[in-house]
Design a protein around this ligand. Structure first.
Ligand code: SAH
Ligand code: SF4
Length: 369
C-alpha cells in the first residue's frame, strides 16, 4: 500500500507499521510531515525539559549492550554525593527546567531505597515543591517504588529494551537478574501505583528486525504507556554485544530508523510524551532537533557535574561530555528555535495521555499536581 494511503488510516495493523517504519526518500518526508502535524494537534508545539542527573554508574547488572555493566572493569566507578545531586537539581530549578530525571545503575538495597527517598524529599523542598521528579533506577520492589512515590517522584522510566522475548534473551545474560517477566511486572507495578510509566527500546540492535520494532510499538500501545524514550543502539567496545558489530546496520541507518520509530509512534499514540534520546545526538549533532521535528516533545539536557559525565558512558561518543551545564541551556534554546518548537519553561509537561488515563481510572492515594 502507498504510504499516503496508510497515513489516512485511523487504525494500524502490524503490516501498516512495518510499511511506515520502512519508509525512505519522499515517503519518509511524508511520514515526518504527518507525524509533525499530529504532534501539533495533540500535544502542541511545546518541548519540555527534564534536567538529567546521571548520579552513579555503579550497577549490579550485566546487560550485554551497556558500557557501565558490572562486568566492565575498565570504567572508573563514581557515585555523586547528596550535595552534588541537590546542586544539579537546584541548577535545573533555577534554570526553569520544570523537572529532573534521576538516573543511574541499578542497585536494590534498603540503604539505596532510603537514600533516593531522602533525595526526592530534598529536591521537593529546595524547589518549593515545584520540580517534577522522574526516576530511572531499574527494577525495584513494589514497596520501594511506593516509598519513592510518597517522597515526591511521579514518573518512572523503565525501558523494556525489546518487547520480543527471544531478542531480550539474546541481549541479556540468562539468569534470574535479567528476566523479561520481572521487567514487565515492574512496569505494570509502576502503572498500578499511579506513576506516569515510561518505557522504550533500543533501535538497531543486532538480530533485531523491522517486524520486532513494529511489535515494540504495538507493545507500547497495548501497555498504554504515558511516555516513551527510545533511541539508537550504539555499540560499546567493552561489552559482549560488541562482538556482533559486523551484523549491525550502518550507524546512519540506525539513526534514520530511530527517527522513523519516533514518527510512527507519534502517529500511533498521539498524546503521549516522547523523549528525544541523547543517543540520537551522539550520531548526529542535530539529532535531538530532528527528533523534535518528527514528533518528540521532551528533551533531557544533561545537568550532571561535568567531571563525571565521561564515566557515565553507556555507549561510545556520548555528546556534550565535557560541556558545562550552564552552556547547555543557551545552546538548547537556540536549538529548539531551529526545530520550530517552543520551550515549556517551568512546567511539568505531564503527558496529555496520562491526564486522560487518570480521569478514566482514578488511582487511590496519589496527589495531583
Ligand atoms: N539502569 C537503569 C537506567 C540506566 S540505563 C536501567 O537500565 O533501566 C538507561 C538506558 O540506557 C537503558 O534502558 C538502555 O536502553 C540504554 N542503553 C544502555 N546501553 C546502551 C547502548 N549501548 N546504546 C544505546 N542505549 C543504551
Ligand atoms: Fe545497569 Fe541499566 Fe546498564 Fe543494564 S542498562 S547494565 S541495568 S545501567
Amino acid at each position: 500500500m502507498e504510504i499516503r494511503e496508510t497515513l489516512k488510516k485511523v487504525q494500524f495493523d502490524r503490516q501498516d507499521l512495518v510499511n511506515m517504519l520502512s519508509a525512505t526518500g519522499e515517503d519518509r518526508n511524508l511520514l515526518y510531515e504527518h507525524a509533525a502535524k499530529i504532534r501539533q494537534e495533540h500535544v502542541g508545539s511545546k518541548v519540555y525539559f527534564r534536567g538529567l542527573i546521571e548520579f552513579s554508574n555503579i550497577c549490579s547488572k550485566n546487560c550485554y549492550y551497556c558500557g557501565i555493566r558490572k562486568g566492565n572493569r575498565s570504567v572508573a566507578r563514581y557515585n555523586l554525593d547528596d550535595a552534588e545531586i541537590l546542586e544539579a537539581a537546584r541548577f535545573s530549578y533555577e534554570n526553569n527546567y520544570g523537572s529532573v530525571v534521576i538516573q543511574g545503575g541499578e542497585i536494590a538495597s534498603p540503604a539505596f531505597t532510603t537514600r533516593i527517598e531522602r533525595l526526592c524529599r530534598e529536591i521537593k523542598k529546595l524547589s518549593d515543591n515545584s520540580l517534577g521528579i522522574t526516576l530511572s533506577l531499574g527494577e525495584q520492589s513494589r514497596e520501594t517504588y511506593a516509598r519513592w512515590m510518597n517522597a515526591g517522584a511521579h514518573r518512572y522510566l523503565l525501558r523494556i529494551e525489546s518487547s520480543n522475548r527471544e531478542l531480550f534473551r539474546k541481549i541479556h545474560p540468562e539468569d534470574e537478574h535479567h528476566d523479561f517477566d520481572t521487567r514487565y511486572e515492574c512496569l505494570r507495578t509502576l502503572q498500578e501505583l499511579g506513576y506516569q510509566a515510561g518505557t522504550g527500546v533500543m533501535i538497531g540492535l543486532p538480530y533485531q528486525s523491522i517486524d520486532h520494532l513494529a511489535g515494540d510499538l504495538l507493545f507500547m500501545q497495548d501497555f498504554d504507556v504515558d511516555m516513551v524514550g527510545m533511541g539508537p543502539y550504539i555499540e560499546h567496545p567493552d561489552t559482549p554485544l560488541y562482538a556482533h558489530r559486523d551484523i549491525l546496520l550502518p550507524i546512519r541507518e540506525r539513526f534514520d530508523l530511530a527517527l522513523n520509530m519516533i514518527a510512527v509512534l507519534r502517529i500511533l499514540m498521539k498524546d503521549i510524551n516522547i523523549a528525544a534520546a541523547t543517543a540520537l545526538q551522539a550520531i548526529d549533532p542535530m539529532g535531538r532537533e530532528k527528533a523534535v521535528r518528527t514528533g518528540a516533545n521532551i528533551i533531557m539536557p544533561n545537568v550532571t557535574p561535568g567531571l563525571f559525565r565521561n564515566d557515565y558512558a553507556l555507549y561510545e561518543n556520548k555528546p556534550c561530555a565535557d560541556e558545562d551545564p550552564d552552556q547547555c541551556t543557551g545552546c538548547l534554546d537556540a536549538r529548539m528555535q531551529l526545530a520550530d518548537a517552543e520551550i515549556g519553561y517551568g512546567e511539568w509537561g505531564d503527558s496529555v495521555h496520562y491526564t486522560k488515563r487518570r480521569e478514566r481510572i482514578p488511582s487511590p492515594g496519589k496527589k495531583q499536581q
